[in-house]
Write a protein that binds this ligand. Structure first.
Ligand SMILES: [Zn+2]
Ligand SMILES: [Zn+2]
Length: 131
């Protein structure tokens, strides 16, 4: 590891970050990425994580999940329309398939809606008593 050329190491660390997104079923924050990355490759730094995020965003492999008032999370760029669930106890974000739909009937006459953002909130299965 120590003698590996810098460029090669960079590529390898990038691949590691990419792999984390490939295997995660929920959006991850930089902090979470660092935490998981460290268990695979000790010594990996936050700068590397941010570099990886930036590069993957540039190639549109990942997209930022925007949930107002929370740390930015990132997920694999999705083909399908979906929403997110924020657990207010453990602060994790989960991907929710499907959509309530039929939101057009909520808007005033004459308005045109072209997109919507919905964040479901509550507690995830691990944070719900009895589980
Ligand atoms: Zn939770
Ligand atoms: Zn929707």
């Amino acid at each position: 590891m120590v003698d590996m050329p810098k460029e090669k190491r960079k590529t390898q660390q990038q691949a590691l970050i990419r792999g984390l997104f490939q295997h995660s079923e929920r959006p991850l924050s930089a902090q979470e990425l660092l935490h998981i990355a460290t268990t695979i490759q000790p010594g990996i730094g936050m700068a590397t994580v941010y570099r990886g995020i930036k590069a993957l965003m540039e190639e549109n492999f990942i997209t930022q999940v925007e949930i107002p008032g929370t740390t930015p999370r990132y997920e694999r760029t999705a083909v399908r329309h979906h929403h997110h669930f924020l657990c207010k106890k453990c602060d994790k974000v989960f991907t929710v398939g499907g959509c309530a739909g039929h939101l057009g009937k909520l808007i005033p006459p004459g308005f045109v809606m072209d997109s919507h953002k919905i964040v479901l909130e509550g507690s995830c299965v691990s944070c719900t008593p009895g589980h």
